[in-house]
Ligand binder design. Structure first.
Ligand code: PMP
Length: 353
């Protein structure tokens, strides 16, 4: 605490990101991709130092947004780019959710939403997951006169994804406030709601290059929605930082989008490893929630989650453990390479023997 901090800053409980260790470990704690980005990205990096570094980036990320728009089949003006989807989410909180009314959110979802809510003074109305560990869309849709709805699909850290038809049913019911669907993990087997943005002007879909595009280090995220929603985000951006996406991120993002074959191969590998990991964990007696993301959430009926987390850590394997009601016994395990997953399974076998 410092006397110099504003009262609102004193009251914040900041988001705690997963550890980024200095030593070499098997890192299965922050849902990164184990494979390198598209080869074209390396070429861009080499040319970049000579051509671009002196100059400010394009403040509107026009070329990157056009490439994203083409891949989604929407207009460039329906796409917003930001410095990681975390930043896009922060802008969305400011642009759409500060109405002095509560924001509807699941109790178990991406833990940054409550942090932004506190930062921007947004009250949350939290809705428990249903018995199958799914986001309860009925509960989210039910009441009116609130500021909006936000959830991740696939959800984090459960990995469950609702179908497009179910999401559309929600949008038929909620027409008077913004529905934000965070699709950070959608490419690992879920259906994207991006196409629905053409029909529902209150739908904002966010996405990231950090997961399925193997570019967590470059910090690149985006949103797709109606022009009025994108303009709302632009108003916040241009009142905060005109250049949130640097020129390197713009070029690298385009290079990644230009290699769909690499993208497909890479996400297929992660999906295959996920299913293999799931069945091996089940053989060890773990309950594993079905996942459409690049991680699984698993618990063992006979072993404490915190102890397993610590035991893995001692063996140089980082996974994520959350001290949150309902999740205490679970481990969230990012899907790494098959070799990394073999080491994880071996370590768990030792720990539960
Ligand atoms: N949404 C969800 C559900 C996430 O798990 C993450 C990663 N922590 C993000 C958004 C943010 O990803 P990034 O800022 O790297 O785009």
């Amino acid at each position: 605490m410092s006397q110099f901090w504003s009262p609102a800053v004193q009251a914040l409980t900041p988001y705690v990101p997963g550890e980024q260790p200095a030593e070499r470990v098997i890192k299965l704690n922050t849902n990164e991709n184990p494979y390198p980005p598209a080869p074209g990205v390396g070429k861009v990096l080499r040319e970049f130092a000579t051509d671009h570094l002196r100059l400010y980036p394009d403040p509107t990320s026009q070329a990157l947004r056009a490439a994203l728009a083409e891949s989604f089949g929407v207009e460039t003006q329906q796409v917003f780019a930001g410095n990681g989807s975390d930043e896009v989410l922060a802008f969305a909180f400011q642009a759409f959710f500060c109405h002095g009314a509560p924001l509807d959110v699941p109790t178990i979802t991406y833990s940054f939403y409550p942090v932004y809510a506190k930062l921007y003074g947004v009250e949350l109305r939290q809705h428990p997951l249903n018995e199958q560990w799914e986001v309860d869309l009925d509960a989210l849709a039910e009441a009116s006169s609130r500021s909006g709805v936000i959830f991740a699909n696939p959800n984090a850290p459960t990995g469950h994804a609702h179908s497009l038809a179910t999401l559309e049913a929600l949008l038929e019911r909620v027409t008077d406030r913004v529905v934000l669907i965070d699709e950070a993990y959608v490419d690992f087997g879920a259906e994207s709601a991006v196409a629905l943005t053409q029909r529902y002007p209150n739908l904002l879909v966010t996405g990231t290059f950090s997961k399925s595009r193997s570019l967590a280090g470059i910090r690149l995220g985006y949103a797709v929605g109606s022009r009025e929603l994108i303009e709302g985000l632009e108003r916040v951006k241009d009142s905060f930082n005109s250049y949130p996406v640097d020129s390197l991120a713009n070029c690298v993002g385009i290079a990644a989008l230009e290699d769909p074959a690499h993208f497909e191969a890479c996400r297929e590998r992660v999906i295959t490893s996920r299913e293999r990991t799931r069945s091996r964990l089940e053989t060890l007696g773990f309950d594993v929630l079905p996942s459409k993301a690049n991680f699984v959430l698993a618990q063992h009926p006979a072993f404490d989650g915190a102890q397993l987390f610590a035991g893995l850590r001692e063996r140089g394997i980082l996974v994520r453990h959350f001290n949150k009601a309902g999740l205490e016994n679970f481990l969230r395990i990012t899907i790494g390479t098959d070799d990394e997953m073999d080491s994880l399974i071996e370590a768990l076998e030792t720990l539960i023997r």
